[in-house]
Design a binder for this molecule. Structure first.
Ligand code: UD1
Length: 425
């Protein structure tokens, strides 16, 4: 298993091109199941999670052609679901990546049948899929859990309904949105999640012939169509990748230009970074992030559904707070077990006390390099960022987590002056 070795203490200077969003690309690829015509997706990042979903879709019979982008960063995928050979998503693939459950809505809506393995637990919590199942039942599906599989049937097709989520779920909103595009009549999703990746999916579905109102709000209204058709769509920029590199500049010091990444994509992080003393300036379609020689100031943060502070940046932000002047309270409200990075940061000298869903981070003048272990995707990158600022050498093991969500992380950082390399084993 590969490791990443970092010699800390060097500020970052340079530019980093931000890729297409993993969390937008995954549902968009599943949307290809809704039509027999090809769906062309540009700016798809080259990531392990994308490869896992390609394997799953190919297993359903989707033909996938890959072209490397010439004018656009990333790859172009042409997905054709004309001949579906299987509507079963097997445990072997689904257990590797929870987002696989996003094939459920499209398969059921178009074919009236889908058997999708339950994803099971993951490092950051139990993460049930009850909202996906309840929503599809509202659309008329018969669903039972049998042998670890969600077995969903709608032989006469799905019928529009009003679905009200008890709290916003990104994946359930996406699954229901896709299913509703082929349901008979009108579907209303209330208390829908509002993440930009959902708006991106909605825009692609509209290009495929769907009728959707309320995009970007918590109330989506969908008029079902008998059929959707092919389309071409470019994936939006990855706000979590962009936010991670903005935090890298804040942690290591120096200045970075985030290319092809408009400043508004940083969302709630911009304001938090500015209050901590980090400069964040829009620069055309890019964003400039700079921290001079002074330490950042401790600023509290609490994760919330969009437009709140993203849970996917919590670990990286906590790393910044470990070297802040003063203390910060970092509260996680989305996932119950998303502090796996804390004991590893403590091995590097961080002073963090966890109390229920909050971590009290008392800033220390400097972290010290150490061997540490990645436990999940965002925790792993937070340890790489910690290594950038630490005195001496940090070796992060189990970096396969990193490859699920960050493309060429060591290349992008070393181009900005970091001493970072991958050790293949
Ligand atoms: C997506 C993102 C993930 C991000 C998360 C929250 C993708 C591929 N992944 O995950 O990176 O961290 O949003 O922003 O886009 N829940 C239930 N029942 C359900 C569904 C969810 O109880 O049926 C709970 C979850 O356990 C969690 C909360 O709802 O506590 C939010 O989860 P959700 O928004 O669904 O996250 P994902 O779509 O899995």
């Amino acid at each position: 298993m590969d490791k990443i070795r970092i010699q800390g203490g060097r500020p970052l200077h340079g530019s980093i091109r931000i890729g297409g969003a993993k969390n937008a690309a995954l549902p968009l690829m599943c949307a290809a199941l809704l039509t027999e015509e090809p769906l062309v997706l540009d700016r798809v990042p080259r990531l392990a999670d994308i490869r896992t979903l390609k394997t799953l879709l190919a297993q359903h019979g989707v033909e996938i052609a890959i072209a490397e982008g010439i004018e656009i960063e990333g790859q172009r995928l042409t997905l054709s679901a004309a001949d579906i050979s299987s509507t079963t998503a097997p445990y072997d693939i689904v257990r590797k990546m929870r987002a696989s459950v996003l094939v459920l809505g499209p398969l059921l809506a178009r074919f009236g049948t889908a058997d999708v393995s339950l994803p099971g637990g993951c490092a950051i919590g139990t993460r049930p899929v009850n909202l996906h199942i309840d929503g599809l039942q509202k659309l008329g599906a018969e669903i039972e859990i049998d042998g670890g599989y969600i077995r969903a049937r709608a032989p006469k097709g799905l019928t529009g309904a009003v679905i009200r989520f008890p709290f916003p779920s990104v994946g359930a909103t996406e699954n229901l949105l896709m299913a509703a595009t082929l349901a008979r009549g009108e579907t209303i999703i209330e208390n829908a999640a509002r993440e930009p990746e959902i708006a991106d999916l909605a825009h692609c579905l509209i290009a495929m012939g769907a009728e959707i109102d309320g995009i970007g709000t918590d109330r989506l209204r969908i008029q079902g169509k008998e059929k959707l058709h092919g389309a071409r769509h470019a994936v939006i920029a990855d706000r979590i990748e962009g936010g991670t590199y903005a935090l890298a500049a804040a942690i290591a010091g120096g200045d970075i230009e985030l290319l092809d990444f408009p400043a508004q994509y940083l969302g709630a992080l911009s304001d938090t970074l500015r209050r901590a003393g980090v400069e964040v300036e829009p620069n055309g379609g890019s964003t400039h992030v700079r921290r001079g020689n002074s330490r950042v100031i401790g600023v509290d943060a609490m994760t919330e559904p969009y437009p709140g502070f993203p849970t996917d940046l919590q670990a990286q932000y906590m790393t910044l707070m470990t070297i802040a002047e003063g203390a910060a309270l970092v509260t996680e409200t989305i996932f119950e077990n998303r502090f796996m990075h804390v004991p590893e940061l403590a091995r590097m000298g961080a002073n963090i006390t966890i109390h229920h869903a909050s971590a009290l981070v008392r800033g220390v003048p400097a972290l010290k390099g150490a061997p540490v272990m990645a436990t999940d995707l965002r925790a792993s990158v937070s340890l790489v960022l910690a290594g950038l600022a630490a005195e001496g050498e940090t070796v992060v093991s189990r970096v396969y987590h990193l490859d699920r969500g960050y493309e060429r992380v060591e290349e992008k950082l070393s181009a900005c002056g970091a001493l970072i390399e991958r050790l293949a084993e």
